[in-house]
Design a binder for this molecule. Structure first.
Ligand SMILES: C=C(O[C@@H]1C=C(C(=O)O)C=C[C@H]1O)C(=O)O
Length: 378
């Protein structure tokens, strides 16, 4: 049997050779980048890489090593491209974003929020902008997006993610559709209460109205009271208003304590959400490509070719540039069954070299990429 120390010495010797060859290969990749700059050729040459993997695989003496060689060279070529992107310096996807010191907020600033008087979104808006602003409401997410896009409001406030039930997928889709940008975020504690008319009791309820999100956040309570029919409605506040207007004591709404006060309802039961730490993250949107100089979270969206390994390869741009990914969501692409677009949040600022490098690589290798915003995280 060969001695362990001897084997390790041999491995160390081979590894030194690999490093020296790797450095030599990287220097040649730099020459390739210079050539590509001079003729305007793209860094990524898929056909060349596929051919190389085929040839290199065939040099190995058994199936295990063939797979190993192909895996290793997939990584080596991916790293060689990353080096080339830093040299080729293609136009950054974030180039048109403007860094600012503070969000412009004046007495004339108009803010649109989702829902109506008494929604959690209104509470978020007041926490974020204070109460001395000119605000109006819209009853759907789409209408909030529209008002911001058309400039009828400078900012919009929308929920994007709940701690118990996850991402609010409609918002992701609408962000892309309307070309609006995320410029801020705020997290609000959500304690959902069951609201009813004077004289109503939980035992005698027949119907409960609320927005689909709070209905999900209160799923356990509603399962335990399955004689109450759940009905999705526009917003928590709109549900409270409906119960008040219908004047039927068998109806209830799920919403905030504030909504109870706004619409003259009483609290039949407080905190019926299944998770006591329930909170929602709201986003502040604008139709301007602006970000704070001290922003530290970048949100991007990309689409990938429908092939194995593409997501892994795309995420490698964050890992290689030492960026911490804090969120990933996928959404189906309409018209392309079972193809997905990914929404990713990473820590960083659009001015950071690592962020610029990662975005360059993703722009070259994804089917499409967009920066949705760069905000200061809470
Ligand atoms: C080095 C090149 O650029 C990229 C990297 C490759 C590699 O490291 O072998 C191969 C093809 C390109 O995607 C090249 O075009 O030859």
């Amino acid at each position: 049997m060969v001695d362990l120390l001897k084997s390790r010495e041999d491995i160390d010797r081979i590894d030194r050779q690999i490093i020296s060859l790797l450095e030599e290969r990287m220097d040649i990749a730099k020459n390739v980048a210079e050539y590509k700059i001079s003729v305007g050729k793209k860094v990524y040459d898929k056909q060349r890489e596929d051919e190389k993997l085929e040839t290199l695989g065939s040099l190995a003496s058994n199936e295990f090593n063939k797979h190993a060689a192909q895996e290793l060279f997939t990584q080596i070529m991916s790293i060689s491209r990353k080096l080339q992107y830093t040299l080729v310096k293609t136009e950054s996807v974030s180039k048109s974003f403007e860094a600012i010191d503070k969000l412009p907020i004046t007495a004339d600033t108009k803010v649109v929020f989702f829902g109506q008087e008494g929604t959690y979104t209104q509470q978020c808006m007041e926490d974020y902008f204070g109460t001395d602003i000119d605000s109006f409401n819209e009853l759907t997410f789409r209408k909030v997006m529209e008002a911001v896009k058309e400039g009828r409001a400078d900012y919009g406030v929308l929920p994007i993610e709940n701690s118990s039930t996850g991402g609010i997928s409609d918002i992701y889709d609408l962000l892309l559709e309307y070309d609006n940008y995320i410029v801020g975020e705020h997290v609000v504690q959500i304690q959902n209460a069951l609201l009813g008319l004077e004289g109503a009791t939980i035992e005698n309820l027949k119907t409960v109205y609320s927005h689909p999100q709070p209905l999900m956040q209160c799923a356990k309570f509603l399962e335990e009271h399955d004689y109450i029919e759940k009905k999705e409605y526009l917003s928590t506040a709109a549900s409270a208003k409906k119960v008040m207007e219908d004047g039927d004591i068998t109806q209830a709404a799920i919403g905030s304590k504030k909504a109870a006060g706004c619409y003259g309802l009483k609290i039949l039961k407080d905190s019926i959400n299944f998770d006591n730490t329930n909170c929602t993250r709201f986003i502040i949107i604008a139709n301007q490509k602006i970000f704070l100089k001290d922003a530290n979270k970048v949100s991007i969206c990309f689409e990938l070719p429908h092939k194995s390994g593409t997501l892994y390869n795309m995420l490698s741009h964050f890992i290689y540039n030492n960026l911490n990914m804090v969120k990933i969501e996928s959404r189906p692409i309409n018209g392309k069954n079972f193809e997905y677009r990914f929404f990713v949040d990473v820590e960083g600022n659009l001015c950071d070299a690592g962020v610029i490098n990662a975005l360059r690589g993703i722009k070259e290798e994804a089917s499409s990429v967009r920066v949705l915003g760069n905000i200061k995280k809470e």
